[in-house]
Structure formats: C-alpha cells, structure tokens
Design a protein around this ligand. Structure first.
Ligand code: FES
Ligand code: FES
Length: 170
C-alpha cells in the first residue's frame, strides 16, 4: 500500500466495498467520489444542515463529520438503498411525493434517512415529535409543513395493515 493511505472496507446498501484512500477523506466524499453514490448531498460541510445524513449501523450520522476510515467495518445506508427498486418506493418516499414535501430536493435525501431512523425508533410520533426530529435538518424551500405532513402519512402507512414486515408498501 502507498505510504500514508489506508484501506476502507465497509458495507453500503448491502454491498461490500473496499477502497484505498487518504485518511482525511470524509465519508460523504467517499460515498460520492469513490462509490459514485451522489444521492448523499453536501451542503454546509460542517454539520449544520443535515443534507449529508446517512445511516451508520442504523443510526443517522452526518457524513461530512465522519472520516471514511472511521466507517470501515460498519454498515452504511444511503438514499440509494431506500427504495427496493423503482417500482417499490419506501413509504417515506411515497408520502413525500404525495404531500409535496420537496421542491428543489437538495435536503430530501438527508431528511429521508433521518426520518427513516426516527420512525424506526418512534413508529407513532406526535406532530411535535416529528417537528423536533426534523429540527436538525435545514430546508430552504418548503416551509416544513408539507414535510411534517409527509412524515405523519408515512408513519400511519408503516403502522397500518398495508405495511409489509420490512416497512415497504404493497
Ligand atoms: S453537509 Fe453535512 S451537515 Fe451540512
Ligand atoms: S426542498 Fe429545497 S432545500 Fe428542501
């Protein structure tokens, strides 16, 4: 191995990847530039906006605040892994479409991943809890009301009889 570089081996959306990178490479840059997973967006680059949020072992993490080598050995979920395929969106994606919860869409991947983890830990949230869970993510377009509505719709669907065991809809 070239001196000063390090090996990163991790699982992203159920696929194993190994790359040799500089130790200072951020996880968001690793996902975007090494793996081509550009659905993870980069906004502020210092942990404020939430646009870069991915799940690390099921928990939301700002990938601009984590070095890629720190993610070695862990399981990462990105927006590309949220829908099983183009014909089977995650209930959150479907609810965002239905409730008009995005405009430019820049914040959307980070919000969807944040809300996925939130609904898994709190399947029947109140509106106040949804707003609190959204408070760490910035959206410059929507005014948030439609996002709150969409998360509530998704929560109802995921808890309802039409939900499958993995959270996806029929
Ligand atoms: S780009 Fe990571 S929090 Fe804004
Ligand atoms: S939809 Fe544009 S920033 Fe949220």
């Amino acid at each position: 191995m070239i001196e000063g570089l390090c090996t990163v081996a991790l699982n992203v959306n159920s696929t194993e990847y190994t790359r040799v990178v500089e130790p200072r490479m951020l996880l968001c840059d690793f996902l975007r530039h090494e793996l081509g997973l550009t659905g993870t967006h980069v906004g502020c680059e210092h942990g404020v906006c939430g646009a870069c949020t991915v799940l690390v072992d099921g928990l939301p993490v700002r990938s601009c605040l984590m070095f890629a080598p720190q993610a070695s050995g862990h399981a990462i979920e990105t927006i590309e892994g949220l829908a099983r395929d183009a014909a089977c969106w995650h209930p959150l994606q479907e609810a965002f479409r239905q409730a008009h919860a995005l405009q430019c869409g820049f914040c959307t991947p980070g919000i969807l991943m944040t809300m996925k983890a939130f609904l898994e830990s709190n399947p029947a949230p109140t509106e106040h809890q949804i707003r609190e869970a959204l408070s760490g993510t910035l959206c410059r377009c929507t005014g948030y009301q439609h996002i709150v509505d969409a998360v509530a719709i998704a929560a109802r669907r995921m808890a309802g009889p039409e939900a499958k065991a993995d959270g996806s809809e029929r």
